[in-house]
Ligand binder design. Structure first.
Ligand code: ATP
Ligand code: MG
Length: 280
């Protein structure tokens, strides 16, 4: 679905590249997580995949990106919006309307969706996002988590095959953060949307994302299945990325018992592993 080959990008007027020699793939139907310290290049990567780079941010562009077979460099943003939708880091700046329904209509009308398709698209997007009950609410009356869901719904109304979210839970409490991830899981599993999420909450990310990409200073430090990446806990910590406690516990147990153990990515797995070790 997404192929990036030796991609490097330097923002116009900057000396140092924001991204350097990035090569990665995300398969159709995948759920990938991007993590890394501040300034690592996470947002830049999301902009490049969604085409905002180079369309809105010029600069030195090397290598190649293909999204659903299209090269963002020579595809218009309107055409790209049918393949890939991006939910920005600052979600408030993305929301333009004062009522939920209008927010979805705004996108549908602006991206040239045929008029007769609009009512069905609106209802489907509200249902997929699980916010039918918010349809007539004013945006001002919504919680942070609900606003995030509205922003996501207005993007999925355009029916992209890939959804990229830039720190969607940055402003949210743990309960709302988990709800957003549960919603992304549904979009991924029930509706087949490929999900790429930039996230600092490593525990949530490693529980939901099947593929992890760790960025550090514009380069890929690690990438692969979540379990494999998390087995580099010490190295990740040096890059400024914390490993979930359940993963560290697996490694500690493995060291103490002197035998290899799989790295756990959630509490259920961890509990089963600890019980197993106690019984041995
Ligand atoms: N519009 C821009 N113009 C020039 N340089 C930029 C621009 N946006 C980002 N950069 C630079 O590119 C590098 C990567 O920034 P980016 O925003 O992609 O990092 P990030 O990993 O998303 O960080 P954060 O965790 O703070 O969101 C940084 O050095 C940043 O200063
Ligand atoms: Mg960012």
């Amino acid at each position: 679905m997404i192929r990036i080959e030796s991609f490097s990008f330097t923002y116009e007027g900057e000396k140092a590249p924001a991204l350097e020699d990035i090569t990665l793939r995300v398969e159709e139907g995948g759920f990938a997580g991007i993590i890394g310290p501040a300034g690592a290049g996470k947002t830049t990567l999301a902009r490049a995949v969604s085409g905002i780079i180079p369309h809105h941010y010029p600069g030195d562009y090397y290598g190649r990106i293909l999204v659903g077979g299209l090269d963002p460099v020579d595809t218009s943003l309107t055409d790209l919006s049918r393949i890939v939708g991006m939910v920005f880091q600052d979600v408030e700046s993305q929301i333009v309307s004062s009522v939920v329904e209008d927010e979805l209509l705004y996108g549908l009308e602006n991206f040239g969706v045929p008029h007769e398709e609009i009512p069905e698209r609106l209802e489907t997007a509200l249902r997929q996002a699980g916010i039918e009950n918010l349809r007539e609410r004013s945006i001002a009356s919504l919680s942070g988590g609900q606003r995030q869901k509205v922003a996501i719904a207005s993007i999925i109304a355009l029916r992209p095959r890939v959804l990229i979210l830039d720190e969607p839970t940055g402003e949210l409490d743990p309960v709302s953060s988990r709800q957003i991830f549960a919603m992304l899981k549904t979009l991924n599993e029930a509706y087949g949307i490929t999900v790429i999420v930039i996230e600092q909450k490593i525990m949530l990310l490693s529980e939901f994302a099947r593929q992890l990409i760790v960025l550090s200073r514009g380069k890929i430090a690690y990438q692969g299945p979540a379990r494999e990446v998390l087995s580099h806990a010490d190295e990740l910590l040096q890059l400024g990325v914390n490993c979930p406690r359940v993963a560290r516990l697996s490694m500690l147990l493995s060291e103490r018992l002197g035998k290899p153990l799989p790295v756990c990515v959630n509490l259920d797995e961890s509990e089963a592993q600890v019980r197993g070790c106690l019984h041995d």
